[in-house]
Ligand binder design. Structure first.
Ligand code: 3H9
Length: 703
């Protein structure tokens, strides 16, 4: 975040109305200087005999979007946000919060402690603390149920979702929506108050204690059922909402404070906060210091398969005009059907109105004519992962794209240097590696090869940000098989798992151990879902690393036609009654025979052995990517693993996990495993360096 200004809070006057104006870009976070400034301004405004009412407002893009999250790891400074909110609430003159932008977390708590709230039409409000593994800790859990009742308060705090100003007005969270001039209308509102000063401590929403407790108890049971009895922040939120009914305000605030501290001290909150900043750090590309992104209005996508259609939907949903090019009439029709299905489903589920769906589709042009590409500012090639096919398509794209257009390929592992060369315009070409399903998955790796211009990289980055997705820079150069961050780590993950499979573990055991760690699915469930033929094709077209053990089990399964879910048979068997599959006994037999042929005596692996080996392989692959310069910082690897592969977000990612164990302990554990496969578990130079220097991966994030 940019350095806070010297005086982040100003006190102004308009006649008898005092205006406290916060200015702490970019999001007016309520750091210590801002809190001190508001408290001082409030005291001065109240003390001024001519003050009839006080308005708290903010300059810039938003009313405070919360406490300053960076301060959570620092020594607390007074006044705390909770103390400030109590000061506002107890002010002897009416306080009006004039809110706009994204009024979130502590910002909304400050607004709730004010006596009135007036919002612009497009203000968004929410208490997203749960996404950081904490709870509203400045009175939000006590004031929100008093303002809008327990049921809605629990919805808002447990989901972390934002609500719009019209909804906030409807449920009583704001008192007025202003049409144009927020500050002016707030002053008019203040003048009309005649010194009336209600309190948000009004208990009218708490009178029906039985219904209130029924809501609280039902929610507690639901959380325990869905998330387990250790779901810290959600259960603490429910406890606090219960306390709002049972305790006087001071007791409720004390309980909330203690609950907040407990959550803040949890490993999960540390992981979630790391993930928050990691995503934002990842989007800081060095090229962005040199140039600004070029304007992108029309995006063209070549190839309307699952990936191409997904990218098209993502672009339409973000307001881009989209041209989708497919081969022949049937290709066009299939792509149209796929995109149409998405809109039908979204409308049926109430996520979009019919009008929104229809409006989005008016911006879609489906065609089989490549020459239409010359209207696009950004062209994404998304045809099948076959080098010759992609290279010839990119050559055609390069020939028709207008001057200045950026050309992107969605390859995940083919040689980006060579593909960029085939366009004839390598400096205009970048990689944009979307993850399936592209309309949902937030991750895009931006592939930067040596010849790519800063302009094309920054324009690609701007496009990814405009899609609301998380961009991670991957320096992908160096020829065939040189991969992105995600693929390189996935390869190491799979190799580590396959070695254990060969040596004695079973697919269900490995999958179970990784699910217990926090992944949604284990590696063999994922393999079944994505299709064994896909990974097979990739292995065939990637040179084998002679230093690594090659496990042929998956190849043998492909030879049998066991391709996973698409053939109802892979590591698991999928029948009507078993959506998640039951272990495939034939595979277990095949593995046993394979071991016998190779003279391997199977040995036992505990779940802990499995988890450790896989995590060490992931961390080592990450360290290697850092050494090679593919990944710029360890936290980028964490971001890729969380969004691309479902690494449990509450752990912050594998590199943060490695820091918790310390690199020196990781390196010594790996020296024991290196004899099983030196390529996977032989410590990468960056890891060895960190171990020797007694440093952590986090130190490289700061660099
Ligand atoms: C809280 O309030 C606790 C209280 O209940 C109790 C306390 C006792 N702090 O996301 P962007 C930075 S917990 C510090 O790229 P956008 C961010 O790192 C908080 N920094 O912009 C980035 O910095 P940089 C509850 C923050 O337009 C820059 O601002 N609130 C904070 O895409 C721009 O951010 C939240 O959880 C913060 N609170 O989205 C809201 N927020 O330029 C968290 C942002 O150096 N924030 N930064 O990379 C958001 O959801 C989004 O940032 C927001 C803007 C929607 C506001």
């Amino acid at each position: 975040m940019k350095q806070a200004q010297k005086h982040p809070v100003r006190l102004e006057r308009q006649g008898n109305i005092a205006l406290i104006v916060i200015e702490n870009p970019p999001v007016n976070a309520l750091g210590a200087a801002v809190r001190r400034g508001i408290a001082a301004a409030l005291n001065a405004a109240v003390a001024h005999e001519k003050t009839d009412a006080i308005i708290i407002a903010a300059n810039g893009r938003t009313f405070p979007a919360g406490a300053d999250i960076r301060e959570f790891d620092m020594e607390p400074q007074e006044p705390s946000l909770g103390q400030l909110c109590s000061l506002v609430e107890n002010a002897s003159k009416p306080v009006i919060a004039a809110i706009h932008g994204t009024t979130l977390g502590g910002g909304l708590e400050l607004a709730m402690a004010s006596h009135y709230r007036i919002a612009t039409q497009n203000t968004r409000m929410g208490l997203p603390e749960i996404h950081l593994g904490i709870l509203p800790g400045a009175g939000g859990t006590q004031r929100l149920p008093r303002l809008i009742g327990p049921e809605l308060a629990l919805d808002i705090m447990l989901s972390g979702n934002q609500i719009s100003a019209p909804i906030a007005l409807e449920i009583g969270l704001v008192d007025q929506i202003c049409e144009e001039d927020l500050r002016g209308e707030a002053v008019t509102y203040a003048r009309a108050l005649n010194a009336a000063r209600p309190t948000s401590l009004n208990r009218s929403n708490l009178v029906d204690g039985a219904t209130y407790m029924a809501s609280v108890n039902a929610r507690r049971e639901k959380i325990k059922l869905e998330l387990g009895a250790n779901a810290l922040a959600p259960l603490k939120i429910v406890d606090c909402v219960e306390a709002a009914l049972l305790l006087p305000i001071d007791g409720g605030l004390d309980l909330e404070r203690a609950a907040f501290e407990d959550c803040l001290a949890s490993r999960e909150s540390a992981g979630l906060r790391h993930a928050f900043f990691a995503e934002r750090a990842a989007a800081k590309f060095p090229e962005a210091a040199e140039v600004k992104p070029a304007q992108v209005d029309r995006v063209a996508i070549v190839g309307g398969g699952l990936m191409g259609s997904g990218i098209a939907i993502a672009a339409l949903q973000s307001g881009f005009a989209v041209t989708l090019v497919e081969q022949g009439e049937s290709g066009v029709n299939e792509a149209l059907e796929r995109i149409g299905e998405f809109y039908e489903r979204s409308i049926a589920k109430g996520r979009l109105s019919e009008a929104q769906g229809a409006a989005a589709l008016t911006h879609l042009q489906l065609t089989n004519k490549l020459d239409t590409l010359n209207e696009a500012d950004l062209i994404i090639e998304a045809v099948a992962e076959d080098f010759d096919l992609k290279a010839s398509m990119l050559a055609e794209i390069g020939a028709v794209a207008k001057a200045g257009a950026v050309i992107a390929t969605n390859t995940s592992y083919l040689d980006l240097d060579a593909l960029a060369g085939s366009t004839g315009r390598p400096s205009d070409t970048i990689g944009l590696h979307f993850f399936a399903p592209a309309q949902v998955n937030k991750l895009v790796e931006v592939g930067v090869h040596d010849a790519a211009s800063a302009q094309s990289v920054v324009t690609g980055l701007g496009f990814v940000k405009a899609l609301g997705k998380v961009a991670v820079r991957a320096r992908v150069s160096g020829g065939f098989g040189a991969g992105y961050i995600g693929n390189a780590i996935l390869t190491a993950y799979r190799q580590a798992a396959d070695i254990m499979l060969e040596d004695g573990a079973t697919p269900p055991q490995i999958d179970g151990a990784m699910r217990a760690f926090g992944f949604q699915l284990g590696p063999y469930q994922v393999a079944d879902m994505s299709g064994l033929d896909i990974a097979y094709a990739r292995r065939q077209s990637t040179p084998r690393d002679g230093n690594s053990r090659y496990v042929e089990i998956a190849d043998n399964m492909v030879a049998q036609g066991w391709l996973g879910q698409k053939t109802n048979r892979g590591y698991y068997i999928y029948t009507d009654g078993h959506r998640h599959g039951v272990p495939n006994g034939d595979v277990l037999k095949m593995i046993a025979e394979y071991r016998a042929q190779k003279g391997i005596t199977p040995r036992k692996f505990s779940d802990r052995d499995i988890r450790d080996r896989i995590l060490l392989a992931i961390v080592n692959a990450g360290a290697r990517l850092l050494g090679e310069g593919v990944a710029a910082r360890p936290s980028d690897i964490d971001t890729v693993m969380i969004h691309g592969f479902g690494y449990p977000r509450g752990r912050g990612g594998p590199m943060m996990d490695a820091d918790a164990t310390t690199p020196s302990i990781i390196a010594s554990r790996m020296s024991v495993l290196a004899h099983e496969d030196a390529n996977i578990w032989g410590a990468a130079p960056v890891l060895t360096m960190l171990a020797q220097e007694r440093q952590r991966f986090a130190d490289l994030n700061k660099a």
